[in-house]
Design a protein around this ligand. Sequence first.
Ligand SMILES: CC(C)(COP(=O)(O)OP(=O)(O)OC[C@H]1O[C@@H](n2cnc3c(N)ncnc32)[C@H](O)[C@@H]1OP(=O)(O)O)[C@@H](O)C(=O)NCCC(=O)NCCS
Length: 175
Amino acid sequence: MTTDYNIRPLEIDDFPAFLNIQREALLQAPEVFGSDYDWFEGLSVLSKEQRFEKYVNYPYQYLLGAVDVSGRIIGMIGYSGQEQMKLRHKGRLWGLFVLEEFRGQGIASKLIASLIETARDILEVEQIQLTVSTHNEASYGLYLRLGFAVYGTELRAMKVDNYYVDEYLMVKFLV
Ligand SMILES: CC(C)(COP(=O)(O)OP(=O)(O)OC[C@H]1O[C@@H](n2cnc3c(N)ncnc32)[C@H](O)[C@@H]1OP(=O)(O)O)[C@@H](O)C(=O)NCCC(=O)NCCS
């Protein structure tokens, strides 16, 4: 399915739309996010909103959304910066997810490119790091194509139900 969308930082008013895509992501891609669907669903709306507010502190910590004309978020990505001087050169990319019916149209690539542009040009961040499951071929291939390289592997980084998930540690140097 194709649709018109804008890529923009999410704001407090996007909270209901964010809950919808986050629920979808936790259900469909349990290995992608550290938090667990049942645990997340058990939180009160207030604590979900408080968690969302923490993510929405552009440009230091933010969520970018691919948002369609109705306000639905069809893709998202998270960024976390570091406050301390010795760590300020590093940023972390997390939470990349595109709704299934909109995949294969370059939305994830655009979200990543936008995140990198902000990190490099506005925040003067020098490197972006991320982790990805070793068997997530779609994302791993995408990150490689966009210039990320593997610098390590964390064995048993997550335990989902009864199986372990290993993760590649990846970095892209921006300067
Ligand atoms: C990974 C994901 C974000 C890609 O989103 P997308 O909008 O379809 O990505 P793009 O359209 O920008 O395509 C990126 C590349 O991946 C390829 N790709 C997409 N889905 C693929 C799949 N299932 N298997 C192999 N390659 C795939 C595309 O062909 C494209 O490569 P190309 O440009 O060389 O043709 C999406 O599949 C997703 O949400 N997956 C579940 C969550 C997830 O794995 N998140 C990443 C966590 S690290």
